[in-house]
Design a protein around this ligand. Structure first.
Ligand code: GDP
Length: 432
């Protein structure tokens, strides 16, 4: 889906506005000094169109050089987003920090929607009109707090969002989109360089207007692949503090834009928390996953022993992900990547027919009925798979199935149909 990045100074009401746009649910916390969030992107829909909201607000506003840091925030937003929602406080007007953002946004050529927030009444609305001066087009007066004007704002957002790369590529059967992700120094850029070889084609973003090339098209096994946000891999983010936050922002949005993620892990080092967080991001986004253990030249017998234990302990949740060992530096085993990507994408797009699914579910229920609870027996009545990418199942049930039973169903589905390299979602609709 297309990506909308929300940019603005602390206290202009970004978080409230983001909450209003996504309409609820996953609480976006208010800007607090020193808070870095794991979650940076949220699903939103308006008038039937889905888009992803990236909240760039999780950095430390108390640090020195506010203007400098906010323009860095804007740069990241511009590089990952299809359109930018720039939030200013209509009551306060334009500060130096805002002006720094305007510069970055103008230079980028990205579509910008200017939200004049805190317009709670008609009087402030007149003040908002002064924001035409910024040269970013019509200011959209809005009260994030009360909801005033938020419908018009969302209409403007939809107009600014282009037909997405995703949509247009799917229609055209375009190249597969791959995100290479992982901690710093695990060898992502070495891997990319080996893959790219001499076939490097730099691709501008959809609008074709940004300064930095974002994606690269590479021919592997006679097919084109689109590697997402390679600028983020090739060019390290400069900011000293907040760097981790920007890195995770880039990672999350790259995953969002990709169909399949390659998590590069340094095989010579223990599997880390950060690796696990990236895995969780891939799962939450519902993308296919391949895990590449790099620096295999440094993995000796002893390390191998511990790595196997770590895989058993830390990667159980994603046992289904193809794992490959390689040495990016020399290119050893690098040819194993494409078959792994193909397997994962194949699993991701697997569709099970309704007839086959229900005879499978019938057998499953007969062999392994749900345990009786409170004198009742929850039961699967009927199932369908309404969508792929990732495979998503809806089970119509009598009574509510327990989480452990749902896990059992997932396990059996995987045994039956594979679903290599992909999360599988199972929803239940109890009929009671
Ligand atoms: P990135 O930060 O994930 O992009 O990592 P880089 O590609 O910049 O690599 C970080 C360091 O690891 C560099 O010094 C590389 O030369 C080294 N490196 C990358 N791949 C391998 C590998 O397969 N084996 C070994 N021994 N070193 C590697």
């Amino acid at each position: 889906t297309p990506v909308l990045a929300v940019v603005g100074r602390p206290n202009v009401g970004k978080s409230t506005l983001v909450n209003r746009i996504i309409g609820r649910r996953e609480a976006v916390v208010e800007d607090r000094p020193g808070v870095t969030r794991d979650r940076v992107s949220y699903d939103a829909t308006w008038n039937g169109r889905a888009f992803t909201v990236v909240d760039t607000g999780g950095w430390d506003p108390d640090a020195r050089g506010l203007a400098e840091r906010i323009s860095a925030q804007a740069e990241v937003a511009v590089s990952v987003a299809d359109a930018v929602l720039f939030v200013v406080d209509a009551g306060v007007g334009i500060t130096d920090a805002d002006a720094a953002v305007v510069k970055v946004l103008r230079r980028s050529g990205k579509p910008v929607v200017l939200a004049a927030n805190k317009v709670d009444d008609a009087r402030t609305e007149a003040e908002a009109a002064g924001l035409w001066n910024l040269g970013l087009g019509e200011p959209q007066p809005v009260s994030a707090l009360h909801g005033r004007g938020s419908g018009d704002l969302l209409d403007a957002v939809l107009r600014a969002l282009p037909a997405t790369p995703q949509e247009s590529f799917e229609e055209l059967g375009g190249p597969r989109r791959v995100a290479i992700v992982g901690r710093p120094n695990v060898g992502k850029s070495s891997l990319l360089n080996k893959l790219v070889g001499s076939d490097r084609v730099v691709v501008d973003d959809a609008a074709g207007t940004t300064v930095d090339p974002i994606d690269e098209l590479v021919v592997l096994r006679e097919r084109e692949w689109r590697f997402i946000d390679t600028a983020g891999i090739r060019r390290r983010v400069r900011e000293a503090s907040g760097q981790e936050y920007y890195a995770s922002l880039r990672t999350a949005t790259a995953i969002e834009r990709a169909e399949v993620a390659v998590l590069v892990v340094d095989g010579s080092q223990p599997i880390s928390e950060q690796d696990q967080r990236i895995i969780a991001t891939v799962q939450e986004a519902g993308r296919a996953l391949v895990i590449a253990f790099n620096k295999w030249d440094l993995v000796d017998e002893e390390r191998r022993y511990y790595l196997d234990r770590e895989i058993e302990r830390d990667l159980v949740r994603v046992q289904w992900a193809p794992r490959i060992n390689l040495t990016a530096r020399t290119g050893w085993h690098i040819d194993r990547l494409v078959p792994a990507l193909d397997a994962a994408l194949g699993g991701w797009e697997t569709r099970v027919g309704t007839g086959a699914l229900n005879s499978f579910l019938g057998r499953l229920v007969a062999e392994h009925p749900h345990p009786v609870r409170g004198g009742k027996q929850p039961k699967i009545l009927f199932g369908t798979q309404p969508s792929t990418s990732p495979p998503t199942f809806v089970l119509f049930t009598s009574g509510k199935l327990e989480a452990s039973y749902l896990r059992f169903v997932e396990r059996r589905l995987r045994e039956e149909y594979g679903f290599v390299g992909t999360p599988v979602l199972i929803q239940q609709k109890p009929r009671e």
